[in-house]
Design a protein around this ligand. Structure first.
Ligand code: ADP
Length: 297
């Protein structure tokens, strides 16, 4: 199937979903994502944001759609409207409302902090989600559990370490990682998080503001877990304004011990980066493990 028929199929899905005829005039690449190729699809007077990947990755977009809808239903944080999600020939596509990004100012950071705390007030009775999804392009398992340390041990850290072993990262990473995995419940002896709705992939590349400086989030990897996992990830690669943290803590203060637990939560993403992007992340992963083990001794 050539690209022309792909874009015709995308346009037909847009028309079906919106109830208005859609004919594209131009297709411009959008940069900034890690995993998919993205485009601005311009019609006569509307445009859409379109992500493409291989057809066998349609499940990834389907999970993203459900995450976006779950956040939208919470009425806490803005997310782009979902227009369509389907496959055409060898390609899967996801069509979202196109949002012209603006510039963050201190009050947009404050609003984002408050709204994230409100998202985290949305809870369900178990950790996990109703389906698996992906973190980057890595499978993220979300089996239901009542035991948060065990959830983290098996479905987050353990899953990534196992995959790292399969990719040839053995030795110290595995030896010390296993010791950490066996003892990580010790980090939760006097802290009992409840299952909060999480964005799940909250780095600076997945937050923005619209033309009125109103915040939005996108590209989620939702599940229900400890809210600290979201806050920790904002700190991993940086880029969030100080007003964001002040407003989050004013709305819902973080509990003692966060500074250590955040290392555990970020270790998951660092090992995922090791698995996805290569050995440049090995030293950081090993250092986090050592730091956490020293806290446990
Ligand atoms: P990936 O799944 O490949 O990581 P993203 O969903 O992060 O892709 O999107 C890639 C880039 O496209 C983002 O960094 C952002 O700049 C831009 N973007 C994402 N969603 C929209 C949208 N709805 N409207 C306009 N631009 C968007």
């Amino acid at each position: 199937m050539d690209n022309q028929s792909l874009w015709q199929d995308v346009s037909a899905e847009i028309a079906k979903s919106t109830g208005s005829a859609f004919k594209f005039k131009s297709i411009m690449p959008v940069h900034g994502g890690d995993i998919n190729t993205a485009y601005r699809l311009q019609g006569t007077d509307t445009c859409y944001f379109v992500k493409l990947n291989r057809a066998d990755r349609l499940f990834m977009f389907a999970a993203e759609v459900q995450g976006l809808k779950e956040i939208a239903d919470s009425q806490t944080l803005r997310v782009p409207d979902v227009i369509a999600c389907a496959a055409s020939g060898h390609q899967a596509f996801l069509v979202l409302e196109y949002i012209d990004f603006g510039r963050f100012n201190p009050s947009s950071w404050r609003l984002l902090g408050r709204q994230l705390a409100k998202l985290h007030r949305v809870r369900q009775p178990f950790f996990g989600w109703h389906r698996d999804n992906t973190i980057g392009s890595t499978l993220q398992v979300n089996e239901q559990s009542n035991d948060w340390p065990q959830f983290w041990q098996r479905q987050r850290l353990g899953f990534q370490l196992q995959w790292a072993a399969e990719r040839g990262y053995g030795g110290k990473l595995q030896r010390r990682g296993e010791q950490l995995s066996d003892s990580l419940a010790g980090l939760f002896s006097d802290y009992r998080p409840y299952p909060s709705l999480l964005h799940g992939d909250l780095w600076a590349g997945n937050v923005a503001v619209d033309g009125n400086s109103q915040p939005l989030v996108y590209d989620p990897a939702c599940y229900y877990g400890d809210r600290e996992a979201d806050v920790a990830m904002t700190e991993l690669f940086g880029g969030f304004g100080a007003d964001f943290y002040a407003a989050y803590r004013e709305t819902w203060p973080l509990e003692p011990g966060y500074a250590v637990r955040k290392l555990l939560y970020n270790l998951y993403h660092v090992v995922n980066h090791l698995n996805l992007f290569g050995p440049g992340y090995l030293g950081q992963a090993e250092a986090l493990i050592e730091r956490l083990l020293s806290e446990l001794n």
